[in-house]
Design a protein around this ligand. Sequence first.
Ligand SMILES: Nc1ncnc2c1ncn2[C@@H]1O[C@H](COP(=O)(O)OP(=O)(O)OP(=O)(O)O)[C@@H](O)[C@H]1O
Length: 347
Amino acid sequence: MIRFDAVTKTYPGQARPALNDLGVEILRSEFVFLVGASGSGKSTFLRLILKEDKPTRGSIHVLGQDLGSISSRKVPYFRRDLGVVFQDFRLLPNKSVFENVAFTLRVIGKSRGFIQSAVPETLKLVGLDGKGKRMPHELSGGEQQRVAIARAIVNKPQILLADEPTGNLDPVTSAGIMTLLERINAGGTTVVMATHEAGIVDQMQRRVIELVAGDIVRDERSSGYGASLPESGDEAKVPTDEPITSAAPKVPIEVMREAQPLYVEPEVHDDVTDAAAAITAAATASVPITPAADDDAAPSSGKRPARPGSKPDATAHEHLTLAERLGLRAPGGPREGDDDQEVGPTK
Ligand SMILES: Nc1ncnc2c1ncn2[C@@H]1O[C@H](COP(=O)(O)OP(=O)(O)OP(=O)(O)O)[C@@H](O)[C@H]1O
């Protein structure tokens, strides 16, 4: 499902690679936590899977495709099978909750009927039942983040990538989100989640891949956040005992049944839907990110705030449309109007 072969990623101007000769495989339906200190390479790992960036050396296969052979034009199509939850949730400030979740589906040309049933169902799943008409500024930070998660899963992706999805949520809300991610995973979606939340990782006991300065130092099938935490240096590297050959244990069957309404047969791509997608995408606009002014959900203690713009290339994304940033259209298309504004992180 996801395979890294001898992957090294060195950013321009950096002496040390962000990821160093990684070889790892993630199988269908696995739930994988990516842990490690800040700067260890977690986000880079996720970005490479998304083909937001390319490796300096090595090859990456996702969903049976060699990412090195996917043209830029085809990247948006490739990404339709991937849902993404960013650390800084990105909502359209002048559109309702319903429209924010429907956005992904409209861009890829889903039918009105599909949207009318899938969006409320997904909002219910993430605990936002009845809040479809609210505007993002009428929601707490935690609720805004749940809208972003709903948007990521509404198209039933085969893979869900999550970069600190609970980073700004209180513990109770976080637990609810993790239950939700577990249910999504139980329905067959592969989940790869970068996190610093030790409590969540310890409690869920799923596969844990730990990165230290771009190296995988631990890859355990069922583990906690800090199990066999290495000290530092080469001697601290913990070799993986056995190759992982099957997915980690799933949640009970009752939970799977509950999760099923989210999963319906994917619609085929054809010329009509692709043309509709192109038209919808062309109608979206690009404006700089406007951080929301208020937010009533303060991060709980010990949680890291979002760090927008903390990396050298972060601002490069600010003038992409939302469709582009979600990978639903190729960057650089025509842009008109002001419909595609974004809410940046409110933390
Ligand atoms: N665009 C970039 N240009 C140069 N260096 C970068 C870029 N993005 C990341 N890096 C560097 O690559 C390394 C890995 O960064 P990455 O963001 O992948 O780590 P991370 O584990 O996700 O950190 P965090 O937990 O803080 O999000 C860091 O040293 C970082 O400074």
